[in-house]
Design a protein around this ligand. Structure first.
Ligand code: BTN
Length: 244
């Protein structure tokens, strides 16, 4: 599909640029950079964005959906990356809400940022970062054992242009029903079937609070259903992180 694309050699963050452009750009516009000087992760973390070593891209979206449903858009990004990797012959797992794991290590993260209020969604920025050709020695000490790249996993250099096209093509197809207010049960099915969490004991971390429960399901709103003792709770992606 033809899409308007802004390509930068270096930038602070493609999500920041996408937010600046969103008010005037059409839905589906993509911002891609070779390097980010201030790559942003969830929960105020940073995202390792070395020159030419990964896919760093953000998509501007303007869905006609209820703002309550918008956080579930992250699962559309996650399923798109999952399917693109599978088309390359790489089996991965989706770690709700925004990580893709290969061999139990993180290879991709998604940062969804929403602008709007209860009356109207102005725009959504979906930022996708994939570690493509990062070398083992480029992974910082504190992330070793938790993070990998396709090159480390497959032992060969990967064409990241080809992979980003596969991700965007899958995204366009999976997002189409959602954009006009339709449901995303087909996407949630992919996320559930290939989840790294369902059926497992997990820690739900929110600020200083850590609760231990069992991940049971992902509901129709894209929330993680967790069993704590004899209570079931639906957790939305907001400010939580999950550990096994
Ligand atoms: C996470 O796992 O915490 C989310 C990481 C998201 C990283 C991507 S890279 C492209 C886009 N621009 C950013 O600054 N962040 C996202």
């Amino acid at each position: 599909m033809k899409r308007k694309t802004y390509h930068y050699t270096t930038i602070d963050s493609t999500n920041i640029k996408a937010k600046q452009l969103a008010p005037t750009e059409e839905e589906g516009t993509v911002i891609i950079a070779e390097e980010q000087r201030m790559g942003k992760g969830r929960l105020g973390r940073s995202w390792l964005s070395k020159n030419g070593k990964g896919i760093y891209m953000s998509i501007i979206l303007k869905p006609k959906a209820d703002i309550m449903k918008v956080p579930s858009i992250t699962s559309i990004g996650a399923a798109s990356v999952y399917l693109a990797l599978r088309e390359m012959g790489v089996e991965s797992k989706i770690k709700w809400p925004n990580d893709i794991l290969v061999g139990n290590k993180k290879i991709c993260g998604i940062l969804t940022e929403i602008s709007g209020d209860t009356n109207k969604v102005n725009y959504v920025i979906m930022g996708i970062g994939v570690n493509v050709n990062l070398e083992e020695y480029e992974i910082p000490e504190e992330l070793k054992g938790m993070v990998t790249s396709l090159k480390i996993y497959l032992g060969r250099t990967i064409d990241k242009g080809n992979l980003s096209e596969l991700i965007l093509d899958n995204f366009d197809r999976l997002y189409a029903p959602f954009k006009d207010g339709g449901n995303i049960s087909h996407v949630l099915h992919i996320c559930k079937e290939n989840s790294s969490l369902l059926g497992k004991d997990i820690k739900v971390i929110s600020g200083n609070e850590i609760r231990v429960g069992k991940a049971l399901d992902i509901n129709e709103s894209g929330e993680l259903v967790v069993e704590f003792g004899d209570c079931l709770e639906a957790i939305n992606s907001g400010e939580v992180s999950i550990r096994l």
